[in-house]
Design a protein around this ligand. Structure first.
Ligand code: ADP
Ligand code: ADP
Length: 226
C-alpha cells in the first residue's frame, strides 16, 4: 500500500509520558510505518509562534514559561488538525492530551469517528534521565530531526545528519523552565496514566536504553492485534 497502512483500519495512538521521554523521537520513527500522521502539539505551537499567528500569540506566554496552553485553544487546534486528509488512516498524538479535560474531549471526538478507541503508549523513564535528555536536546531548524549532545549527537557538531540544517536548543529547554514543565506534568498529565489504565487502553513501554531498542518495543506494541 502506498500509504504505508497495509490496509489496516484507521486508528488513534497516544504517546503519553513526561517531557523528554522520547515521544517525538519515537513518533518520527514509527508513525509512517503504519501510515499514521504524526501530530505534535508542541511543534504546532512553535510553528504558530514562529509565524506570529493569532494562535501563536495566544500560546506564547504559556509555552515560554513552561505552563500549559489553555485547553480550549489546544482543543480547537487539534480538532482542525485531525480533520486533515493525512489523518484518514489515523494518527500518533505526541504531547496531547495533557489534561483530563483534553482527554475527555478527545474521547468524545473519537466516539463518532472511524479511528476507534485510542491505543495509549506510556513512556516510562527514570526521572534522573529526563534532565539529561531535555538539557541535551537539539533540533534541526530545517527538518525538525531531534538529537542529543550527550546521547545521540550529530556526526558534525551543530549540524543535522540528514540535511546539514543548523541545530538549535529550544528556549524552554533551559533548566528553570524545565522545572516548571516537569511540575506541570506531575500535576496535570501524570493523572492520565490512571485514567487510561482504567479505560483499559494503556500499554507501558520501557523508554530507557538506546533509541533503536525503544523503537523495537514501541513497534511490538503497535503491531499487536486489536
Ligand atoms: P515536550 O515534548 O518537551 O514535552 P512539547 O513540545 O510537547 O514539549 O510542548 C512544548 C510546550 O507546548 C508545552 O510546555 C506547553 O506549553 C505547550 N503544549 C504542547 N502540547 C500541549 C497540550 N496538549 N496542552 C497544553 N499545552 C501544550
Ligand atoms: P519528548 O518528545 O518526549 O519531549 P524527545 O523525543 O524530544 O522527547 O527526546 C528528548 C531528548 O532525548 C532528545 O534530545 C532525544 O535525542 C533524546 N532521546 C530520545 N530517546 C532517547 C533514548 N532512548 N536514549 C537517550 N536519549 C534519547
Amino acid at each position: 500500500m502506498p500509504d504505508g497502512s497495509g490496509g489496516a483500519p484507521p486508528r488513534a495512538v497516544i504517546f503519553l509520558g513526561p517531557p523528554g521521554a522520547g515521544k517525538g523521537t519515537q513518533a518520527k520513527a514509527v508513525a509512517g510505518r503504519f501510515g499514521l500522521a504524526h501530530i505534535s502539539t508542541g511543534d504546532m505551537f512553535r510553528d504558530h509562534m514562529s509565524r506570529n499567528t493569532p494562535l501563536g500569540e495566544q500560546a506564547k506566554k504559556f509555552v515560554q514559561s513552561g505552563g500549559l496552553v489553555p485547553d480550549e485553544v489546544v482543543l480547537g487546534m487539534v480538532g482542525d488538525r485531525i480533520s486533515q486528509p493525512d489523518c484518514k488512516n489515523g494518527f500518533v498524538l505526541d504531547g496531547f492530551p495533557r489534561t483530563k479535560p483534553q482527554a475527555e474531549a478527545l474521547a468524545e471526538t473519537l466516539r463518532n469517528r472511524p479511528w476507534g478507541k485510542p491505543l495509549v503508549i506510556y513512556f516510562a523513564v527514570d526521572s534522573d534521565q529526563l534532565l539529561r535528555r531535555l538539557t541535551g536536546r537539539r533540533t534541526c531548524k530545517v527538518g525538525g530531526e531531534i538529537y542529543n549532545v550527550y546521547d545521540c549527537p550529530p556526526k558534525v557538531p551543530g549540524r543535522c545528519d540528514n540535511d546539514g540544517g543548523e541545530l538549535f536548543q529550544r528556549p524552554d529547554d533551559r533548566e528553570e523552565v524545565i522545572r516548571e514543565r516537569l511540575s506541570q506534568y506531575e500535576a496535570q498529565t501524570r493523572p492520565l496514566v490512571d485514567y487510561y489504565q482504567g479505560a483499559g487502553s494503556l500499554a507501558e513501554v520501557n523508554a530507557m536504553g538506546p533509541q533503536a531498542e525503544v523503537t523495537g518495543r514501541v513497534l511490538e506494541v503497535m503491531a499487536r492485534p486489536r
